[in-house]
Each structure stands twice: as structure tokens, then as C-alpha cells.
Design a protein around this ligand. Structure first.
Ligand SMILES: [Zn+2]
Ligand SMILES: [Zn+2]
Ligand SMILES: [Zn+2]
Length: 331
């Protein structure tokens, strides 16, 4: 079903105008960790200029933790006590920049803090994966973006999630206010197939979160899936020819509603994206320990991490020794 997209607003074009430029030909990890760390230190405005020059889309991990976050309240395990900043995880959410639009996926509990931490000050559309509290807890914080942008925000969700949002946040869908910031002003669209947002095509990826059907999303050669336990065969086909796949991995032990680390790696090996990043981790997985064990094409994401997709020349330059040097330098 084609979703009726909101009218394009000039403010929505503020960020970047770069077009998607992804490569799929070299099956190796192409991230330059130093470049990522350097980029992570930039504000969104500077990053946008840099992106415009390099014509690269990017994904920003606002949060990478499971529903408890890390550290877990009242836990003194090694990961919860870790001094590695990458072991501090807020609830899972990302921003995807694609074809000049900034898509926020989920409104995690710490949305306000995540926006402040990354300098996020503009959203063109909000895409919801499902209505669990860790993915919706920051829904009210969308009102600040109405105030900043002086426009309604389009929100996309499957019909079940949309119904739960209408129940849980009924006050946001009643009378419309002139974007003064007192409550979110939203246009909620129900998704049951590929749709367009400001002329940009988004492909929902249906997955099973235990018995709950939820959505991942694909933008060109980039896909984001969180909270999956099973990816049905039809959806596996939607994950072919990816440059970058983000997939959830909760812990080593099996879990009834989330992929374990081993299960996630099996799926990644089957669909063979050029790079994969793991998210929605529990405190049973320490960042440095797990990251060091992974194949070269898979990395553990962390809060604030930014990843650019790459063109052919960079892909070649960052394969093999260059990548290993980057890993050594980062450790
Ligand atoms: Zn979750
Ligand atoms: Zn712990
Ligand atoms: Zn969930």
C-alpha cells in the first residue's frame, strides 16, 4: 500500500542533499574506525556539510541497549561496572540519513538525551518498529521537533503499533496546536507495504519478535532490524544485496523473543551484507570482548557511533591491512 506522504516542507530539506551512494561489490568490512570516531566528534551541522561533500548516507546509533539499558539498575556485573564508554547503552534507536532525509527509527526512552548527545535537531519522519516501551518511551519528546521545525511530523507504523500509540499517547492525536511545544503534533500513517516519504522509498521488513510481528526498515542498500527472533524467508529475500545491515543480538544464551549472538551471526552469514552492526545488547555482552571475537565484517555498535556507506574506492582502500590497522589503533 502506498502511504499518503505528508506535503514536502522546505524545512525538511535542510539537512543534506546527497544522494544514496552505496556499493555492494566487495564482500569485506570497509569501515575506518578512526574516521568514525572523528565523525562522531562533529556536530550534525558539520557532519551534514561533510556528508554533502562526500555524497554518503549515514546511520547514527542513538542507542544500542536492550530494554533495561546498561548499566542495569542494581547490577554490579563486569559490564555494568565497565569503564569502557561503549558499554553504556541507552535504549535502541537510530537516525538514518538517506537521500536528503533524516529518518528517526523508534522513540527510545532516552530520546531527549540521545538528541542532545548527538546534536540531533531535525527529523523528517519517524518510523516505528513496534510499541514496546523501550522503543516508544521518548514519544513525547517529539514535541520539541515540532517546535523547532514548526510543522507536523509524519509517523509511520504497522496497524497494531499505530493502534497502541493512539491508545497510549491519545493526547498527542487530539486537538492540533500551532507547534508551541506543549505536545507532539503528528500525522500517523499505517504501513502495510513499501511506502514513500518525501519521494524517498522505504521498504518495511516484517520480522517476528517472539509471537509479535514487527517491522524493520530498508533504505536502498541499508537495513535496520531490531528485536527480531525470526526473520521469515520472504523477509530474508528483502535483505539481499545490502551494503550495511544492522541486526539485534541480545546475549550468548538463547532468548524466546530476541536473537542470540550466534543466531544473529548465522543470519548475517546467510544474507551476506558487506558490513553488519549488532545492536540491542544486554549486559551479558561486553563491547570489547565480543567485538574482538567477531568476523572482520561484523562490529558491535555503540551509542553515538556514526557509520557512513562507502564508494568503491574507499571500499578497496579500507579492505585488508588498512582495516586491521584501524582496529589495532582503536584498541
Ligand atoms: Zn527492544
Ligand atoms: Zn550487569
Ligand atoms: Zn521489543
Amino acid at each position: 500500500m502506498l502511504i499518503p506522504g505528508a506535503t514536502r516542507n522546505p524545512l525538511g530539506r535542510r539537512a543534506i542533499l546527497g544522494s544514496l551512494w552505496l556499493s555492494r561489490s566487495r564482500p569485506c568490512l570497509t569501515i575506518d574506525r578512526n574516521a568514525v570516531l572523528w565523525s562522531a566528534s562533529l556536530s550534525w551541522g558539520h557532519a551534514a556539510n561533510w556528508m554533502l561533500l562526500r555524497r554518503m548516507p549515514e546511520i547514527v546509533f542513538l542507542g544500542t541497549g536492550t530494554s533495561n539499558g546498561i548499566p542495569v539498575v542494581g547490577c554490579d556485573c563486569a559490564v555494568c561496572r565497565s569503564r569502557d564508554a561503549r558499554d553504556r547503552r541507552t535504549r535502541s534507536s537510530v537516525v538514518v540519513r538517506y537521500q536528503g532525509q533524516q529518518f528517526l527509527i523508534d522513540t527510545a526512552t532516552e530520546l531527549r538525551l540521545q538528541a542532545v548527545a548527538t546534536g540531533l535537531d531535525h527529523i523528517d519522519a519517524v518510523l516505528m518498529t513496534h510499541a514496546h516501551a523501550d522503543h516508544t518511551g521518548g514519544f513525547d519528546d517529539l514535541r520539541r521537533f515540532n517546535e523547532l521545525q514548526q510543522e507536523h511530523l509524519p509517523v509511520y507504523a504497522d496497524p497494531v503499533t499505530a493502534g497502541m500509540l493512539r491508545d497510549r499517547y491519545a493526547y498527542t492525536f487530539v486537538a492540533q496546536y500551532p507547534f508551541y511545544g506543549g505536545k507532539p503534533d503528528l500525522n500517523l500513517y499505517e504501513v502495510d507495504g513499501p511506502f514513500t516519504v518525501h519521494d524517498v522509498k522505504v521498504i518495511p521488513i516484517p520480522v517476528h519478535h517472539g509471537r509479535l510481528p514487527i517491522l524493520g526498515y530498508r533504505f536502498g542498500d541499508l537495513a535496520y532490524i531490531t528485536d527480531a527472533k525470526v526473520i521469515p524467508p520472504e523477509s530474508m529475500e528483502l535483505l539481499r544485496d545490502l551494503d550495511l545491515l544492522v541486526l539485534n543480538a541480545l546475549r550468548e544464551r538463547p532468548h524466546p523473543t530476541h536473537l542470540s549472538l550466534g543466531e544473529a551471526i548465522e543470519i548475517i552469514e546467510e544474507v551476506q551484507p558487506r558490513r553488519a552492526f549488532l545492536t540491542h545488547l544486554s549486559h551479558e555482552l561486553g563491547h570489547a570482548v565480543v567485538d574482538a571475537r567477531l568476523p572482520a565484517s561484523i562490529q558491535v555498535a555503540y551509542d553515538g557511533m556514526k557509520v557512513q556507506t562507502m564508494d568503491e574506492a574507499q571500499a578497496a582502500a579500507n579492505c585488508g591491512p588498512a582495516r586491521e590497522n584501524a582496529r589495532a589503533a582503536a584498541n
